[in-house]
Design a binder for this molecule. Sequence first.
Ligand SMILES: [Fe+2]
Ligand SMILES: [Fe+2]
Length: 264
Amino acid sequence: MTLRLAHISDVHFGGENAAAVDAAGAWIAEHQPGLTLITGDVTREGARPEFEAARQWINGLACETLVVPGNHDTPYFNLAKRLFAPWRRYERYFGDLPRGAFERPGLAVASVNTARGVQVRLNWSKGAISAGQASAAAQTLAGAAPGALRIVACHHPLIEMIGAPMSGRVRGGRAAAETFARAKVDLVLTGHVHAPFALPYPGGDGRTWAIGASTLSIRERGAPIGFNSLEVESDTVRVTALAWTGSHFEAWRTWSMDRRPRAG
Ligand SMILES: [Fe+2]
Ligand SMILES: [Fe+2]
C-alpha cells in the first residue's frame, strides 16, 4: 500500500504566494496525504499576524501536520527577543520545542530545530545542529517499528547541495549527516534554499537521502516555487517536486530511490 506524504517548506506567510498556497491546500484535500511535513520558515519575519495566518492555514489542511521552525520564525528584526526568547512566539502557535517522535504505522519522524536566534558569527540565519541534537534524533528513530520509514525533519540542509541557489552553512551539519547515515535514517527533509532536490548523503550505505522542498513564497531563487509529494512503497520512495505554473501544480522533477531491504 502506498503511503503518501506532502513536504512543504518556506511558505513565509506575510510574503506568501497566495494563489499557490490556496492551491496547495486544495491539492492536499484532493490527495489526502497521511502527513504534511512543513520544514520551517512558515513566516517572513516572525510577526504575530504572520503566525496567525500560518496557523490558520496549517490547521485548515485536510491531514495531520508536523511543523519545524526556520530562521525566519524568530523575531527577525528584534535582536533582544532573538537573544532572550527566540522561540517564545513560535511555541505559542506551534507547541513546545524540542518535540518527541511522531509515529504512525509505517512512519517515524524526528524533528530537529537547526535555526538559532543568534550565533557567534555574522550571519545568524545559517543553521546549526549540535552533536546532542543529532544523536537524540537518531536515537528516537532507532526505536521505530521495523520497516517504518525513518525521517528527520529540519529547516537547513545539513550539507551543501551542489548548484543550490544559497548555502545552509550548517555548523555541525556534516557530522550530523554522518550520524544520520550511520543510523540508517531514510530521509532528511529540509527547506531554506527555496529549491527542490534529492541527493544521497555520502557515507553509510548510500541510502540516506537529503530531500529539499522549494518555497510557496514570492521569493523565488531560480527554481519554480512548489512543494514535494512523496509516495512511499515497501521497497521504494518516489519524490515528485511539484511546480506552480500560475494556475496549477504540475510535476517538475521526480526522483525514485530504493529503500533498504528489511532486516530478517
Ligand atoms: Fe526561506
Ligand atoms: Fe530559511
